[in-house]
Design a protein around this ligand. Sequence first.
Ligand code: CDP
Length: 228
Amino acid sequence: MKKIIIAIDGHSSCGKSTLAKALAKTLHYAYLDSGAMYRAVTLYFLNTGADYHDGAQVEEALRHISIHFERVDGHNHTFLNDVDVERDIREMRVSEHVSPVAAISAVRRAMVKQQQAMGKRRGIVADGRDIGTVVFPDAELKIFLTADSDVRASRRHLELAAKGIDASWDDILRNLEERDHIDSTREDSPLKKADDAVVIDNTLLSEEEQHARALGLARGRIAEINEA
Ligand code: CDP
């Protein structure tokens, strides 16, 4: 049975990772959280005090950054230089800096290279901003997710509270809108819908409805690829 690549792109906190994880689980595919990689790079800058506005310091930092994923208690955890940073990368201080860091071409080149290596054997669901446009332009299924920003802020507020991370709803909303703006207007790999992506607005959809819709699309593509 041939496997496919599923690319899920979209705005900040619109449920991409929830959908990607659920699809990966149902299809027995790998899950790639590309945003976690940009968050880990950002955490490195914040923790070391290196200046990401300085090209030489960025190049030097990238030589010392190694990111990998591991399953911990059944969940996907992000490791930065062999330290589990899954909780730290979700903090607001990282969210406040991640979009400027992710706009740096040298950072993107390094991350995209690693992401493409992870998709070599297909059988992967990846979520991010440029997955269907840059990382895997040949993905067999591309989904562009979106939702109203108020709903997205409320979902993120709940998600952070569940992790014990304190952040105000207003700060979350402001951060989401700011990141959407930076991510969509940057020069290198801006967030945009791939021409061949299917749009799903999940403002009024439950997780189950969203999963069912995407799974239907995925099964359809897998059948087509295997019949060909
Ligand atoms: O989960 P949330 O929507 O908050 O964002 P994320 O997927 O964790 O991504 C964090 C940030 O990383 C985004 O706001 C983008 O600036 C950047 N990113 C990117 O540039 N390209 C990707 N493929 C994924 C994330």
